[in-house]
Design a protein around this ligand. Structure first.
Ligand code: CUA
Length: 363
């Protein structure tokens, strides 16, 4: 795992991959356990066949190493041999296919779930929306934790874990069947959590689903598993499995926080409040690429004094909402009106000469 002169100083992340982990992740669901068992069964059968075939081959090579002028045995049109090498492999394939099909069918059975969550892939973050159950209506974005963002934009992996920490984990109750509906906003992503034995592509314009029933309380990690652009490696998934009581408490706290954040559409915002809010929106969404100081990095243009920031507010809002035509910047459609107005006000007051602009959400 060494990267140049600086090796990763990898520590165990509880629920994450262990240091020097070679085997599959310890299973936390029955499906993952069944996958493990299948994996071992297949590996053992293949190893036995390998040993048997190679043993016979090496034995005959060794035994006949000095033979000269020996006529090789001829099995041409031998019914016995042909039956044996048809029937034996057929039985072996059936032995492998039966349990594999059983697991596959169970894996696809997303019926009668206790709760349903929609996971939407964005470049490069996950959006979660609870569709059923007590958490219905709760939605948020989950991005690489701010403390780790600097490591990803620095370009060189270093630090003390696998860059798996996010700002907001997906919280689910233990021992409940959770159906995860996947889709994407821009390109194909993939929702994968190895401990649960799930991996489901998230495809723009399509809806797919998978499910899991975590049997253990704890933190479990995954990653986007479909190459989706520059920061594909920095799209972690953190699922926090909690007890039923903790889940109810979490739902309660989320609903209260959402109610407190909901904006009165008639509210007239003063500049300082908008800028403070805009700074938060910027840090959570824009700083990943444009950096905290707005200077950008590499191919990402600086906001400092840019034509878009200095131009009309409506034009800048359009760029934020729709992204750039060539795909250089993703669309930020999920921003609320207030967040959009706030982040544009913040950027204009920071990086354009025309300060004192206040953009009201209603406009
Ligand atoms: Cu999203 Cu890779």
């Amino acid at each position: 795992l060494g990267v140049g002169a600086k090796a990763w100083a990898v520590e165990d992340l509880p629920g994450g991959p262990a240091v020097n982990q070679l085997n599959l992740h310890p299973p936390v669901t029955r499906i993952a356990q069944a996958q493990h068992d299948l994996h071992w069964m297949m590996l053992i059968i293949c190893t036995l066949i390998f040993i048997g075939v190679f043993a016979v081959m090496f034995y005959s090579i060794w035994k006949h190493r000095k033979s000269k002028g020996v006529k090789p045995a001829n099995f041409h049109e031998s019914v016995k041999v042909e039956l044996a090498w048809t029937i034996i492999p057929f039985i072996i394939v059936i032995i492998m296919a039966l349990p594999a099909t059983k697991v596959l069918v169970a894996q696809k059975d997303t019926s009668s779930a206790d709760l349903t969550v929609k996971a939407t892939g964005y470049q490069w973050k996950w959006g979660y929306e609870y569709l059923t159950g007590p958490a219905e209506g709760i939605q948020f974005l989950s991005t690489l934790d701010a403390s780790q963002r600097a490591l990803s934009s620095a370009g060189t992996p270093q630090g003390n874990d696998y860059l798996l920490k996010v700002d907001k984990p997906l919280v689910v109750p233990v021992n409940k069947k959770v159906r995860v509906i996947t889709t994407a906003n821009d390109v194909i992503h993939s929702f994968m959590v190895p401990a649960f034995g799930i991996k489901q592509d998230a495809i723009p314009g399509f809806v797919r689903d998978t499910w899991f029933r975590a049997e253990k309380v704890g933190d479990f990690y995954g990653q986007c598993a479909e190459l989706c652009g520059k920061e594909h490696a920095y799209m972690p998934i953190h699922v926090k499995v909690v007890s039923e009581e903790d889940y109810v408490a979490w739902v309660d706290a989320q609903k209260k926080a959402m109610a407190a954040l909901a904006d009165d559409p008639k509210k007239v915002w003063v500049k300082d409040d908008l800028i403070a809010r805009g700074q938060k929106v910027y840090d959570a969404n824009c700083a990943v690429c444009h950096l905290a100081n707005g200077k950008g990095s590499g191919a990402i243009k600086p906001l400092d004094g840019s034509a878009i920031v200095r131009g009309p507010a409506a034009e800048m809002m359009h760029v934020v909402l729709e992204g750039r035509a060539n795909g250089a910047m993703p669309a930020w459609k999920q921003l609320s009106d207030t967040d959009l107005a706030a982040v544009v006000t913040f950027a204009k007051n920071h990086w354009s000469n025309a300060t004192n602009e206040v953009i009201q959400p209603a406009q």
